[in-house]
Design a protein around this ligand. Structure first.
Ligand SMILES: *Cc1c(COP(=O)(O)O)cnc(C)c1O
Length: 427
């Protein structure tokens, strides 16, 4: 049963407004800057899956770092309002809550693709028999390039060593196909890397099932949570996932090109793993002695290389403080209702050329819906853009829309469908 029916929605602006009025998170909309139309009203911004909006507190956090630097120079490392030396530690706890981890398992560092490589240095150790990587067929290009290049780095041929979990004709991935691949290749697969949630279809995979299946066969399991973090509720620690990586500029609203996040399960913290190292991963008490051999911090922090860019970290902190205040449970609960409302309104159009390729069960998706328009080309998307909707177009004919529960309203969702209707049927 689709949850939209359970919510008993109505197709009217008054109903949307009423939902907004009752929304406990409604005040958060005003804590973000929206791009505006020519007449000064907020655009219908449904692109938080690509770049989250700027929180209004980000400026204050970044300015604090600038003014501490101005005031203290190098002593800001210890004397700043939020000292720079342990700055990343302030982010661990709020980030850990969002991904279901312990603070010692989570660190903000580098960027997503870089972290993916650093994780594979430690967690992809092919030998003569177990040397394959399995990913989903329509993985994000960067992930594909990363695994291909890691294989080549180990003198393996991606044509032979890269296995793909293929989606079915309806664009969905079926876990039965995953199980079959594992059964067939269980003695050859060294690593499974899955992007959860899938960036194109918005499908969210069963992390529990995938992780358990890998564990049953001694296969390392890593997730790319670029589209999952701040959107779905991963439970990385409890599931026993080996590693995960993500970015913070999509649903985590930390600004363009902002830092990445990384999870390493605590079972690996004291293990003797291969690792590319830098001084920021070294034991903090002797870090500045500068001489003796590398002594890793017994946590995910051991994977840090450099002292991090505090100005960027400040933007991550600004965002995480909002998540922490709003409570991820509340955000997630609103998300289910908001996206179900969007689904309901789209289905109300009764348009047989409109096909939502995202699963309709809220357990199998996050906030994003990917809408396929079988009869449309990019001009539809361009018209939407002209009308003040910011969404995302993927060839050949998919528009991805992602109402972000922190700042999008039920009225946004209603307005989007109204604009779509006008463009599609009333031209
Ligand atoms: C957004 C995204 C990326 C982008 O990687 P960067 O290194 O941050 O540029 C990579 N993988 C996935 C799955 C993504 O969604």
């Amino acid at each position: 049963m689709s949850l939209s029916s359970k919510f008993e929605f109505q197709n009217s602006i008054n109903f949307a407004k009423d939902c907004d009025e009752k929304d406990e998170l409604k005040s958060y909309r005003d804590k973000f800057y929206f791009p505006k139309t020519n007449n000064g009203s907020k655009k219908v911004y449904l692109c938080g899956n690509s770049l989250g909006l700027q929180p209004s507190n980000t400026e204050t956090y970044v300015n604090q770092v600038l003014s501490d630097w101005k005031e203290f120079g190098v002593e800001g490392h210890t004397d700043a309002e939020w000292p720079w030396l342990p700055y990343h530690e302030f982010l661990a706890e709020p980030m850990a809550k969002i991904v279901g981890a312990k603070p010692s398992e989570v660190v903000v560092m580098n960027t997503l693709s870089a972290n993916l490589h650093f994780m594979m240095v430690s967690f992809f150790n092919p030998n003569s028999t177990k040397n394959k990587i399995l990913i989903e067929a329509d993985a994000f290009p960067s992930d594909l390039y990363a695994v291909e290049s890691q294989l080549k780095f180990h003198d393996l041929d991606p044509k032979e060593s890269l296995l793909f979990w293929q989606p079915r004709e309806d664009n969905r991935y079926d876990h039965k196909d995953f199980d079959q691949l594992i059964q067939k290749h269980k003695d050859e697969i060294a690593l499974v890397l899955i992007g959860n949630t899938n960036y194109y279809t918005g499908q969210c995979f069963d992390m529990k099932h995938i992780t358990k299946t890998c564990q049953d066969h001694g296969i390392t399991i890593g997730f790319d949570l670029a589209h999952g973090v701040g959107n779905i509720k991963p439970n990385l620690h409890e599931l026993g996932v080996d590693f995960a990586v993500w970015c913070t500029y999509k649903y985590l609203n930390s600004g363009p090109g902002s830092l990445g996040g990384c999870f390493v399960h605590e079972k690996h913290h004291r293990a003797d793993l291969k690792r590319f190292t830098g001084w920021w991963g070294h034991d903090k008490t002797t870090r500045f002695n500068m001489r003796q051999g590398f002594n890793p911090i017994p946590s995910v922090e051991a994977w840090q290389l450099s002292n991090p860019p505090i100005l960027s970290m400040a933007a991550v902190k600004a965002s995480l403080d909002i998540f922490d205040e709003a409570g991820f449970e509340n955000i997630h609960a609103k998300s289910k209702k908001l996206t179900s409302y969007l689904e309901y309104l789209l289905l109300e159009l009764k348009d047989e050329n409109l096909n939502i390729i995202t699963p309709s069960s809220p357990e199998e998706r996050g906030c994003q819906l990917s809408i396929q328009f079988l009869d449309a080309d990019k001009s539809l998307f361009e018209e939407l853009t002209k009308a003040g909707v910011i969404a995302d177009w993927r060839e050949p004919h998919v528009i991805r829309v992602a109402p972000a529960p922190l700042y999008n309203s039920f009225e946004d969702v209603y307005n989007f469908v109204q604009i779509l209707k006008r463009i599609r049927y009333e031209r």
